[in-house]
Structures are given as C-alpha cells and as structure tokens.
Write a protein that binds this ligand. Structure first.
Ligand code: UT7
Length: 321
C-alpha cells in the first residue's frame, strides 16, 4: 500500500508587499533582504482572507485538479499554526466551505513542518486501512503573529495556502520520517498567544513571534540533510534517483548549504521563495502546485519533500508522482 498525490491547488492573498515597502516600516533594505534570504516580495492577507478562506480556495482547486468531488473525501487535515480561531478547527471550516460531508476533519500543529507531518499522517491512516481518500492542506497567516517592528522576523514571512488530494494506491513508493525536539522550542516561538482564564488570572497579552535566526538556520542545515538521508536509506533509494527536493521555503542560503552537504545540484531544489517569502506550513504545497501546473512533474518521478520549523519539528517524505 502506498499514497499518491492526485491533485494540487494553492491560494495566496492579492496584496503584494515588496522589500521596498518594508523598508518604509522598519530599518531594512531590498539589498539586505535579497542577499540574506532570497526574498523579493510576499503576499499579505487582508480582512476576510484569513487561513480558512485561503485553505478552502486551495482545496477547491486541488479537488478540481484531481477530478474528484468533495463528497469523496474521507479525511481533511489542515496543517496550520495560525488558525482563525481556537474552535471550530480550520479543517472543519474548510469541510463546510467545500461540502465534504463524509470527511473527518482536524487541524495539525507542526508549524513549518506541518504539511509533511499532515501528509505522513494521512498516509498512516491509509496504511492502516481506515481511509482511502484525503485532503492535506498547509495554510498560514503568519502576518497576524508577526511583530512588524522586528526587522529580524517581519521581512521573512508571507501568507498563503496549498493543498493536495491524496489517495491510497497499490503501487508506487512512499517513505516517511518525522522528528521533534521540544527542548529547543524557544528558538522559534509565539509565546503570548496562550489562552488565559480571565476569571482567575490576568488576561493574556498579545505576544508576537520571536526567533533566534542563527539557531534556526543551524538546525535546518543539519536536520534537513539528515532526514533526507534517512528516507533515502529506508527506501533503499539512491540520491540520484530523486528528481526534485521540494524543501520548506525559508531561506535561499539554507538551500545552498543543504545542496552542498548532500552534493546535489541547485537545479534539483526548486524555489518560489522570491515571490512568496516563508508561508510556513504552506510553502511546500504551494511550490508543489506551481510545479504540477507548469508540467514539471511526470508520472513515476521520485520526489522528496522536507520541512523544518518551530517545535522544533522536522520531517521528510519520499514519494512517487
Ligand atoms: O521556517 C523557519 C523560519 N526561520 C528561519 O528560516 C530562520 C533561519 N535564519 C535565517 O534565515 C537568518 O538567520 C536570518 C535571515 C533571519 C538573519 O540572517 P543572518 O545572516 O543570520 O543575520 P544576523 O541575524 O546575524 O544579523 C546580521 C546583522 C545584524 O546587525 P549587526 O548586529 O551585525 O549590526 C542584524 O541586526 O543584520 C541585522 N539585521 C538586519 N538588517 C537589515 C537583521 N535583520 C535585518 C533586516 N534588515 N531585516
């Protein structure tokens, strides 16, 4: 038993915010952002285009691309760390919006590793014989968690959603690995969004994302090659057999370091970072959707998807298109 992606979709807000726009808000420059990260612009959600809205739009496009109806879905997993509200979950809002009346639906929180975690979770349900058809979504609106006075973080992130329709199949390959290290959680955190009890405690203060950029950088360039090597070893696949490594889009310099460590050419690491920045759980499925629609993925192509982020969390999936 294996899992295949049979359709993809994505949605980003219309509002484009360029590096020059940001240099009017914080002390930064287009040159600094481009050379340190590879980002030129990002999309930022406006009123009414939050996480569930973008997730539902990406989901509709993925279903259309797969050529199946929402009623055929058994399971919806929405990977997000910026759901619009505590409950109902964003996945339930998507279920209602697209009319997936037979699907179980829940959110999964693994930050920028979320899409890979969600895909691997769907596969585990398929492998156990519980469900056959699923919708895996990565969607985030980190713009609402960002301190727009902090130049160390606000230049990096953008908003967006990407979705994949997945199905249990008899043939093909699917291998996965995941990891977490909560002891290093403070390297990338949004601690002020706890839900306090207003009756007995002081109410929660609106806190923003904090990040130790260099710590996360070092973690990424070590952990991503390790998890890629792990899925390659477990699946007995030679690295040369992999057509593309679709990595969480965080920083172009992280890609360069990973490519060097794995001794793979940069052409095998596609990127759209310059246009969308880091959309957290959405980066991998947005890029996958672009590549699918551009006809870059052929049946039988072996791909590795790899994510890393807050938690700290990481994960990789080797699959056949
Ligand atoms: O999904 C995971 C999300 N997180 C990440 O991917 C983060 C991974 N880390 C990174 O991408 C990089 O560490 C950053 C892009 C965040 C920062 O790059 P860096 O090369 O590690 O820069 P740095 O933090 O060492 O800062 C260098 C200088 C500092 O100034 P001084 O102390 O040398 O005078 C910073 O204050 O750059 C300054 N700086 C900026 N300058 C202009 C920091 N942010 C900015 C900025 N514009 N936006």
């Amino acid at each position: 038993m294996t899992t295949k992606i049979i359709g993809t979709g994505s949605a980003v807000p219309e509002q484009v915010v360029t590096n020059d726009d940001l240099s009017k808000v914080v002390e930064t420059s287009d040159e600094w952002i481009r050379t340190r990260t590879g980002i030129r612009e990002r999309r930022i959600a406006t009123e009414g285009s939050g996480t569930s809205h973008m997730a539902a739009e990406a989901a509709r496009k993925a279903l259309e691309n797969a050529g199946i109806s929402a009623e055929e879905l058994d399971i919806i997993i929405l990977a997000t760390s910026s759901a619009d509200c505590c409950f109902p979950s964003g996945a339930c809002e998507v279920q209602a919006a697209i009319g997936a009346s037979h699907a179980v639906a829940f959110d999964l929180s693994a930050a920028c590793s979320g899409f890979v975690y969600a895909l691997n979770t769907a596969h585990s349900f398929f492998k156990a014989g519980i469900y056959k058809t699923g919708l895996v979504i990565g969607a985030d609106t980190l713009s609402k968690l960002i301190d727009w006075n902090d130049r160390g973080t606000c230049v990096l992130f953008g908003d967006g959603a990407g979705a994949a329709v997945v199905r249990a199949e008899e043939t093909g390959s699917f291998h996965m690995t995941m990891g977490a290290d909560g002891t290093r959680g403070s390297a990338l955190a949004c601690p002020g969004r706890t839900t306090g009890n207003f009756l007995t405690e002081k109410g929660p203060e609106l806190g923003y994302m904090t990040m130790d950029g260099q710590e996360v950088f070092k973690f990424a360039v070590k952990t991503v090659p390790e998890s890629i090597n792990k899925v390659l070893a477990e699946s007995e696949t030679d690295i040369e057999e992999i057509k593309y490594f679709i990595l969480h889009q965080a920083n172009y310099r992280i890609f360069e370091s990973i490519a060097k460590r794995l001794k793979i050419p940069m052409e095998k690491l596609p990127t759209n970072l310059e246009r969308f920045g880091n959309t957290s759980g959405a980066t991998i499925p947005i890029l996958l959707d672009e590549m699918n629609r551009e006809g870059k993925l052929q049946q039988g192509d072996k791909l590795i998807l790899a994510g890393f982020g807050a938690g700290l969390t990481w994960g990789a999936t080797l699959l056949e298109w």
